[in-house]
Design a protein around this ligand. Sequence first.
Ligand code: GDP
Ligand code: ZN
Length: 313
Amino acid sequence: MLLEGRVISARSRSFTVETADGRLTCRVLKGLRNRFPNLVDPVAVGDLVKVRRGNENDSTIEEVAPRVNKISRPAVGREDHEQLIAANLGRAVIVQAVEPQWKTSTWDRYLVMAALGAVPPILALNKIDLDPESARAPEFDVYRALGIPVQSVSAVTGEGLPELIGHMAGGMTVFIGPSGVGKSSLINALGPGTGLRTGELSRGTGKGRHTTSWTELLQLDQGIEIVDSPGLRVLGLWGLEAHELAPLFPEFAGLIESCRFRVCTHIHEPDCAVRAAVESGEVAGFRYESFLRIRQALLDEVERPRGGRARRR
Ligand code: GDP
Ligand code: ZN
């Protein structure tokens, strides 16, 4: 008989699955692995799975349910393989900071990463203690108009953390963003000192770990769940091709159909609805700039495939 459960940690091909019968340490059935040859591992933290119970530390994941969404990226050193980091998420908190100075281009790249995996995003501007005024930047109104919440926070003073937690209810949260912005500090601050349980928070700052395949779910009070993984600290756009980029910008998505040409790069074609919207100010210029930069980066990647392999897919 198969037990249903949810994967709550993944480490070197060994998975912990939470079931009605408790937590089971599992491997993945070879046949399941073979069904997904492009995936480094066919399951990830957050996956809903069916497990055949074995002896201690010897249960087997035999089935995995279709994913609502996911964060994944090209595997390190095996760029033609997809590395799933987490699945079935409630939120991706995209973190930047007052220092190092945040950039719209960085928000936009991580927003594309979240959109690619269909994970709802929120922007968090950390280290607001260093300069409270920086929360007022006009760019944040552009994101809010797109339906993307923006929250300024401080892992040091705790400012904004209750509001951030308010956005984290009802699903697992991942923190993504460049290094040095305070992701680990925020995850730690959401544990101790906020009345949340800290028993699961045994990982310190996450520094000094060498494996990229260690991912686990931190379960806090109030049903708050955070997926912590070194793999989340790297920006990755798995399988995205340049012509698939525009619909991942929500304000472009509704315009694309109005371009004169069905296949439009939104760069030089006549009667391009995206460019018209940029010129009229309906679409923010900095968002269009980000689109151009990310598009060019995707094209460059095809020309110079990493690891010397054929283009990844
Ligand atoms: P990560 O690489 O994104 O995980 O960033 P860390 O959590 O390692 O933080 C990077 C640095 O920023 C550390 O020196 C932290 O002490 C500092 N830091 C983190 N959050 C805050 C904050 O809210 N305010 C201030 N002033 N410093 C912070
Ligand atoms: Zn166009």
